[in-house]
Design a protein around this ligand. Structure first.
Ligand code: F6P
Length: 322
């Protein structure tokens, strides 16, 4: 009988609970013990462990957020704190740790392996869908659904008032939510993170729409490095082009809510495979979705950010928003 642990780290995402549940029950089914670590790597450092049972992970799969809670631990980036965390893992006789999170969380897991040879498996969980090596991260589908629902509502008022709206979605370094939301809501244009803003192009989209009697225009803005970027765009549109607009920042509403069936399915499959991966552990892996199938990849190949710019989708937005 072995003992494993699971934590959720970084920004929470809908479906994390499904992954925890599947991971825990798969290992318990095979006769192993499972601990949950509270508040991500911070809880690992402070030794905040709770033993999980089949019942304690019951009735959580439909809930957003993570019942283990999460954190963005700056301390864990320092080796002296990782040493403390490693001692806590040993105290609890943990044989392997599953980490649900983004590329930053995976770097933390990989450091545990490099420093102490401690077995780790990563499960991609972030609404941003921006980890290299996997086509999908848990929570993305639900976040896009939330954003599209919101844009549909704003479209009603944009039409009623002939207004231009700048709707800001999450994605500090990722374009995925912005591009999919723009496509699914029929937005007139999309502004990507870390890219120069092409104001002439934005203005052209408005003018084109006006010429064929369109009432209102919607631009989806990826937040980029700082939330509130849309207010700068609003100022320039007004001062340089005389165009008035309204800003709506969707913010953390995109991180919450009950996971979609797609997220429940992928998270459950990923949690299941993470547990099975520990049972025949050789080296750190990430559970990923690749070419429509859940499989494993080396953790070392999934430590970077993939900003999710899909050139083909941008082309589609451009052509069908005429
Ligand atoms: O978890 C990803 C994410 O939601 C990004 O889209 C966003 O830029 C960031 O986290 C916000 O982080 P926080 O909630 O910690 O401010």
């Amino acid at each position: 009988m072995s003992t494993y642990a699971i934590l959720t780290s970084g920004g929470d995402s809908p479906g994390m609970n499904c992954a925890i549940r599947a991971f825990t029950r798969t290992l318990i089914y095979s006769g192993h013990n499972v601990f949950g670590v509270k508040k991500g790597y911070q809880g690992l450092i402070s030794g905040d462990f709770i033993q999980l049972s089949a019942s304690s992970v019951g009735n959580i799969l439909q809930r957003g957020g993570t019942f283990l809670q999460s954190s963005r631990s700056e301390e864990f980036k320092e080796k002296k704190f990782r040493e403390i965390a490693y001692e806590k893992l040993k105290e609890h006789k943990i044989d392997g740790l599953a980490v649900v999170g983004g590329d930053g969380s995976f770097k933390g897991a990989y450091a545990l392996w490099e420093d102490f040879n401690f077995p780790v498996v990563g499960i991609p969980g972030t609404i941003d869908n921006d980890i290299s090596g996997t086509d999908y991260t848990i929570g993305h589908d639900t976040a896009v659904q939330t954003a599209v629902d919101a844009v549909d509502k704003i479209r009603d008022t944009a039409f009623s008032h002939d207004r231009v709206f700048l709707i800001e979605v999450m994605g500090r370094r990722s374009s995925s939510i912005a591009i999919k939301t723009a496509l699914c809501s029929g937005a007139e244009n999309v502004v990507l993170p870390n890219k120069d803003i092409d104001y002439e192009d934005l203005v052209q989209s408005i003018k084109r729409g006006e010429q064929r009697g369109k009432k209102g225009s919607i631009f989806i803005v990826a937040e980029g490095a700082t939330e509130g970027r849309s207010y700068n765009i609003q100022k320039v549109l007004s001062s340089k082009y005389g165009i008035s607009s309204r800003v709506c920042i969707l913010g953390h509403i995109q991180r919450g809510g009950s996971p979609s069936p797609h997220d429940r399915l992928i998270a459950t499959e990923m949690g299941f495979l993470a547990a099975e991966t520990f049972l025949k552990f050789d080296e750190p892996k990430v559970i990923r979705l690749k070419n429509g199938k859940i499989s494993t990849a080396l953790l070392s190949q999934c430590l970077t950010n993939d900003d999710g710019i899909d050139i083909e989708h941008i082309e589609v937005i451009k052509k069908i928003s005429i």
